[in-house]
Design a protein around this ligand. Sequence first.
Ligand code: ADP
Ligand code: MG
Length: 238
Amino acid sequence: MARISLGNVCKSFKGLKVIKSVSLTVEDGEFCVFVGPSGCGKSTLLRMIAGLEDVTSGQILIDDQDVTKLEPFDRQLSMVFQSYALYPHLTVRQNIAFALETAKQPKEVIECKVAEAARTLKLEDYLDRRPSALSGGQRQRVAIGRAIVREPRAFLFDEPLSNLDAALRGETRVEIASLHKSLAATMIYVTHDQVEAMTLADRIVVLNKGEIMQVGSPRELYEHPGNVFVAQFLGSPR
Ligand code: ADP
Ligand code: MG
């Protein structure tokens, strides 16, 4: 079943086309990775799905509902950014609970969801700290915790590992993969890193200059790159 569908989505900034008619369906429970060089339009595409950026033309459906004109909050998606975007003045517990409190959920429900997210992400010992007293990896886990408790229809990640050092990057990548399994969640994950794409994805969408070059499983793309760009970008043998 389709969770998110893009129909001929285009985006121009001041007359300059940065996304050129992208059509794509992300299935329920799928881990879909958008990969491509810096500046190819990955973030712009993700931000349009999130509702943080208007589409210039085209349509976005979530669970067959047309959300093209909906505000970000009403799309029921959770986005995790490279920069974590935590509230510095709030504790870990308050950061994770923030969206639930805004939505006026009952206190007991909030406590229960925060505790469960903290357990999943091994943050139980850090709940009363502020973000400044956490490592980069822990901060990113708080950002993921904040995404989880909202029980979104899909998770959107924009280069979530790029501020972490190599060791933490590997560790956090494994955590995101295991989260995908345990939540059976739909995830769209943006990266410029081929290794991240190949190891995480059920399906990879290769973008270049605002266009889809090819869509397929890591193996399909590696073994049967559709063009020279894909072959070179993924390092396929030729
Ligand atoms: P990526 O995430 O793949 O690195 P982006 O989606 O950030 O690429 O950017 C795609 C293109 O759109 C780039 O050429 C970038 O300069 C341009 N762009 C992105 N956001 C804006 C904006 N708010 N105003 C003008 N140009 C933008
Ligand atoms: Mg980007």
